[in-house]
Each structure stands twice: as structure tokens, then as C-alpha cells.
Design a protein around this ligand. Sequence first.
Ligand code: LTN
Length: 324
Amino acid sequence: MKIFSAVRPTGGIHIGNYLGAINQWISLQENNDCYFAIADLHAITTPYDQNTLKDKIFELAVTYLSLGIDPQKCAFFIQSKVREHTELAWLIGTIVPVGELQRMTQFKDKATQHKEYVNAGLLNYPILMAADILLYKSGGVPVGKDQKQHVEFARNAAEKFNKQFGECFPIPEPLIEEKQANIMSLKDPSKKMSKSGDQKGCINIFEEDDSIRKKIMSAETDTGSEIKYDLENKKGISNLLSIYSAFSKIEIPLIEKKYEGKKYAEFKSDLADLLISKLSEFKEKRYSYYKNPDLVYNMLEKGAEKARIEAKKTIEEVKQKMGL
Ligand code: LTN
């Protein structure tokens, strides 16, 4: 299946992000025709710093490559380097209703968050996203729940285009991983792990070893002493069990068995060892890419070349169908 997804270049990826979206991309690239983009054109619709945008894009590219995005298996590129994205966005913009754009929840949220910066690009964000997806005639779009409405918008646009100008686009499906482990804050296991505000509860994917150990050892646990998955009464231990399971690929009941009669501290110490060993591989890769930025930019350019081939074909077809 043809797959498209993208991520905005905002800093810092934590283990929750890794176990969520990124892992899904990494498994999809094995058996599908995947296009993965760094959505820099979307990033500029909210306030940003033009002096650091390039660094953020580079950091994101390095992060995804270090975690396992393989440019041999997918097209991994920077959105703005394939100009067909903006071209198709214009064309699609002429067939979608303004009312639908104004009703999008992300638009309303961001427009309230940044009252001084409600630009037309922010309103048109879903159009560009639909163009991203449709440009490759994608059938599947791995996204988080928050982006479902945007994929819905792309589906409507595709249907409308097909009806008005003749069959062209497959109707893309959102691929939302429902059974994904929800990784919670280590400090407050009733909240999602998040990099903003909650440094102690959050483990970055490139976190230093000492810091990983410290954060895991001081993670909030519950009263009692049993190492048992129980989301009602033992949120802290349950969260640590989820993390252990996700990184070791061992089912939770088997982990519970292994730690029967053992103390929290022993379990935590083993979990710290596990994370340190898993994340060390990512850190090594990151280091090697940072030493060789040309290699990274080369990979991204190769990805863009691959993407352009498909993109050009779609644009030609669309223009011809629209009578241009
Ligand atoms: N809006 C998305 C990023 C994004 C995207 C896309 C996702 C841009 N274009 C196309 C899926 C398909 C976000 O903020 N996560």
C-alpha cells in the first residue's frame, strides 16, 4: 500500500513518542511504499524562529534516521524540497469549502493560542496536508488521534475531486494504532509523558545514562509492594511495566511472573539497565550522523528525488483533468 505521513520539526522526542508514531512508521516501511516528510511548510503556520528552523529540521532528520527510518526502504524528505506539494495544495484549495476549514478543531485551537498570528496558512493547513497525502495517491496515513479530522478532510477532498473531474485519487484511510502503549509521566502517572514542563517525568530518546537511571529510580510508584499491572490502583508500576514490555518485547504477565516477590527497586534497576542498553544504540547513531551532516542532507535529497517522480505524475494528471 502507498503510505504518506509527516511530522512537524519541533524539538525533542521522548520514549513515548518513539513507542507511538515513530515505531509505526518503522514497521510500515518494511512492506509498503512509504513517503515520510518533514513538514516544514506546516511548521511555519505558527510562530517560529527563521534562524533555527534549519537546525530543527536537521535534528528531526537525524532523530528519525537514528531510530530506524531507513532511506533505502522509504522516501524520507523535506516537504518544501518537493514543490509539487504547494502546487497541488493550490489546486485542491479551489474545490474545498471555506466553512469546513473554519470548523477544524486544530485551527480553532491554534487560532486561540496565537491570536496575533492567525494567518491564511493556518486556515489552509488542512489543504496542504490533503495535498501531501493525495500527491502520492496514498491509501494509508499513519497519524495520532489528533490528526484524524485532517485525514477526514483529505478524504472529502479526494471524493469531491473524483466526482467533479473523474477518478483520480484513492480515498486515504487514517491508520491509528489503538492498542499502542500509552506512556505516562514518571512523576505523575495520570498524565501523558510530555517534554513540556515535566522534565523529571520524561525520558528523552537520547537521554544520558545517569539521567535515565535517576529518573527511573525516582519514578513515582504506588503503595504496596507487588509488581502487578493494575491501572486503577497502581498507575505508576503499570506505567513502568508498559515501558519494560515495549522495550523488551516481553508480554506484561511474563514480566510480572519474573518479578514475583521482588522489590520495586530491583525491578526499577533492571528497567533502567534495559533502557540504557536500548537507547545507547540510538545515541551512537545520532553521534555518527551529527559528525557527517552531508550524509544526512544527501539522504534527504535522494528521498526528495524519489518523491518528485511520483509527485510530477500526479500533478500532470490533475492539471489535465482540471482543464489546465
Ligand atoms: N499535521 C501533522 C503533520 C502532517 C501530516 C501530513 C500528517 C503534515 N502533513 C500529512 C499526515 C499526513 C501533525 O501535526 N502531526
